[in-house]
Design a protein around this ligand. Structure first.
Ligand code: HGY
Ligand code: MN
Ligand code: MN
Length: 428
C-alpha cells in the first residue's frame, strides 16, 4: 500500500508519512525481526563480523537505505555507510547509527533497532531535505564475538584500528586483516574515517537492563557509558588420567578456574557499582575422563569509575595467580580491550532531552552499563544516546523485546531531535 497517498472523504491528500508514526514503528519492528532471521546459526540469531549472514544482512539493509534515497557503500571494515544528502551537497552532517552484528543466540533489537530507527526517521522525511546531511551507519562489529575484541566497526571511524587488532585471530586462526580481505574488501583502512563534515552522533539503543521498566518509562537519556575491560585468564596445569590420578596429586586447571570464578563473583558482589563476568571457558583437552590441563576464561569487568575498574582487574588477576600457585599451576592474564568510561556531550544530551519532552515522554537521565559504539565515536564527535525500555530488562537473549508504543515514542523524539539539531551549535 502506498502510504503517502490516501483518500480522505473523496479528496486525495498527499499525507506525509511523518504523521503516521505508528506505521513506521511497526515497520521498524518488522524489519528488526526480519533481520533477526538472517543468521549464521539456524534456529537462533547469531551474526558475527563479516560472516555470510553479515553479508546478507548488509545487502538487505543497503536495499532499504537506497530505496529511502541514501547513497550507500560498504567501508573498509564492512560498516554500512548511507548518506542522506542535505539541500546542499557537502553540508555538515549528523551521524546516526548502531551495530548490525549480534551476540550468539541474540535477540532481534540489540544494535539493529538503532539502525532501523535512523532509517525510519529518514523515510519519515518523505524526500524532504534538511540544512544538514544525515549519515546512517550500520556498524559491522560491536559485540567482539568473533575476535574477542569489540568495536571494530566504530574504531575504524576514529582511526583506532591498530596492527595488534588486525593480527588478532579467531577460533579458526583467521586474522582480522585476513577476514576483511576474505570478505572482498580492499579499501584502505583510513578511508573509513569520519568525514570532516561529520559534526555529531546520535544512537538509539535498547537499554538492555531493568531501569526504564522499573520506572515505567518509555525512553531514557544516557549521560555516560561505563568503562569496560575485556581480557582472558589462562590457567595452565597438567592434564592427566581422571581415574588413576589421586586428588592430592592433581594440577587441575578447571578446578583452579572454578575457584577463581567464585572469587570474581564474590569480589564483584562486595564492590559497589562493579560488574564482573566470566562468560566463556575454553577447556583443554576437553574430555570427561581427562583432568583439564589448560583453561582459558574470559573476563569482562565494568564500572562507571575507571580507577575502580582498573584496580578491580588488577585484584582479580592477582587472585588468579594466588589460586594457581597454591595448586601448583600457572596463570597468565591477557587484556583484549580497555575502554574508559565516556560521558555523552552535554549540549547534545540536552537537545535529546528536549526532543524526548517534545515527544511527550518523561526526561529520565541514566548511565549505560552496556557498551555502545557511541563510546568510541564520542572520542571524535559530540555524541548522545536515547534508550528504549527493555521489557523484562532482558537482552543478549532471544526473548529481548521492545514495545511498539516505545518505538513510536522514539520516532517522535527522533523527529523532534532532527528539528532541533543545529550543526553550528555543536561545531565548537
Ligand atoms: O556488551 C556490551 O556491553 C554490548 O552489548 N556490546
Ligand atoms: Mn550487545
Ligand atoms: Mn548493542
Amino acid at each position: 500500500m502506498d502510504i503517502s497517498r490516501r483518500r480522505y472523504g473523496g479528496r486525495t491528500e498527499l499525507k506525509s508519512p511523518s504523521s503516521d508514526v505508528g506505521f513506521h514503528a511497526n515497520r521498524v519492528i518488522e524489519r528488526c525481526r526480519q533481520l533477526a532471521r538472517i543468521t549464521d546459526v539456524a534456529g537462533e540469531t547469531t551474526r558475527t563480523f563479516l560472516s555470510p549472514a553479515a553479508r546478507q544482512c548488509m545487502e538487505t539493509v543497503k536495499s532499504w537505505m537506497e530505496a529511502a534515497g541514501l547513497v550507500v557503500y560498504i567501508d573498509a571494515v564492512g560498516n554500512l555507510r548511507g548518506l542522506y544528502e542535505a539541500t546542499q551537497t557537502g553540508a555538515p552532517r549528523l551521524m546516526i547509527g548502531s551495530h548490525l552484528d549480534t551476540v550468539p543466540n541474540a535477540g532481534a533489537f540489540d544494535g539493529v533497532l538503532g539502525v532501523m530507527l535512523g532509517l525510519a526517521l529518514i523515510e519519515m522525511l518523505d524526500g524532504k531535505r534538511l540544512p544538514y546531511a544525515i549519515e546512517l551507519v550500520g556498524f559491522s562489529e560491536e559485540e567482539g564475538v568473533r575476535f574477542g575484541t569489540p568495536f571494530i566497526g566504530s574504531r575504524a571511524l576514529v582511526g583506532r584500528i591498530d596492527d595488534q587488532l588486525l593480527s588478532t585471530t579467531d577460533a579458526e586462526g583467521t586474522s582480522v586483516h585476513q577476514a576483511i580481505a576474505n570478505f572482498g574488501i580492499s579499501a584502505e583502512l583510513s578511508s573509513a574515517a569520519l568525514d570532516e563534515q561529520a559534526k555529531a552522533y546520535l544512537e538509539f539503543h535498547i537499554e538492555q537492563g531493568p531501569v526504564l521498566e522499573s520506572e515505567g518509562l518509555a525512553l531514557g537519556i544516557v549521560e555516560a557509558i561505563v568503562g569496560q575491560t575485556r581480557g582472558e585468564m589462562r590457567f595452565v596445569g597438567s592434564a592427566n588420567h581422571a581415574g588413576t590420578t589421586p586428588m592430592h596429586l592433581r594440577h587441575d586447571a578447571l578446578a583452579a578456574a572454578a575457584q577463581w570464578i567464585g572469587e570474581v563473583e564474590r569480589y564483584a558482589l562486595e564492590t559497589k557499582g562493579l560488574v564482573a563476568t566470566v562468560g566463556r571457558l575454553g577447556v583443554l583437552p576437553g574430555a570427561g575422563n581427562v583432568i583439564a590441563g589448560e583453561v582459558t576464561a574470559s573476563l569482562d569487568v565494568r564500572h562507571a569509575n575507571d580507577a575502580i575498574r582498573t584496580s578491580s582487574v588488577y585484584h582479580l588477576a592477582a587472585e588468579a595467580e594466588r589460586i594457581a600457585h597454591g595448586r601448583g599451576l600457572s596463570a597468565e592474564w591477557r587484556i583484549l580491550m580497555e575502554q574508559r568510561a565516556v560521558a555523552m556531550d552535554a549540549h547534545l544530551t540536552k537537545m535529546a532531552e528536549a526532543a524526548v519532552i517534545d515527544a511527550e515522554a518523561a526526561p529520565f537521565r541514566m548511565m549505560s552499563g552496556a557498551g555502545h559504539d557511541a563510546m568510541v565515536i564520542a572520542e571524535r564527535l559530540p555524541s548522545a544516546m536515547i534508550f528504549l525500555r527493555s521489557p523484562g530488562g532482558l537482552s543478549h537473549h532471544p526473548d529481548e523485546a521492545v514495545r511498539q508504543e516505545d518505538v513510536a515514542c522514539a520516532l517522535a523524539a527522533g523527529l523532534a531531535f532532527l528539528r532541533k539539531f543545529d550543526t553550528t551549535a555543536v561545531m565548537n
